[in-house]
Ligand binder design. Structure first.
Ligand code: FES
Length: 82
């Protein structure tokens, strides 16, 4: 897993309440457990403009909406391997 990816997480109140608080915790644990600090750039946004579809996140420019933390981590793990 030498690749570097960018994960953009919407930290707006709507997305945070809809699940991005869990995704953020899961992602921080995932990064720490696997030592991926140099492989994942984590960027926070105030709003990605799709509040009612949240939680919203973006992995290397691709948007994902309405997913849970397990699915988000699986997508991020896959992006690291591609
Ligand atoms: S708060 Fe996340 S899209 Fe608006």
């Amino acid at each position: 897993m030498a690749k570097k990816i960018t994960v953009e997480l919407c930290m707006g109140s709507s997305c945070f309440a809809r699940g991005n608080s869990e995704i953020l915790q899961a992602l921080e644990s995932f990064i720490a457990e696997r030592g991926l600090e140099d492989n994942i750039e984590l960027v926070g946004h105030l709003c990605l403009g799709k509040c009612n579809e949240g939680p919203n996140l973006r992995i290397d420019g691709t948007d994902y909406s309405g997913i849970g933390s397990e699915e988000a981590i699986a997508l991020i793990a896959r992006a690291l391997e591609e």
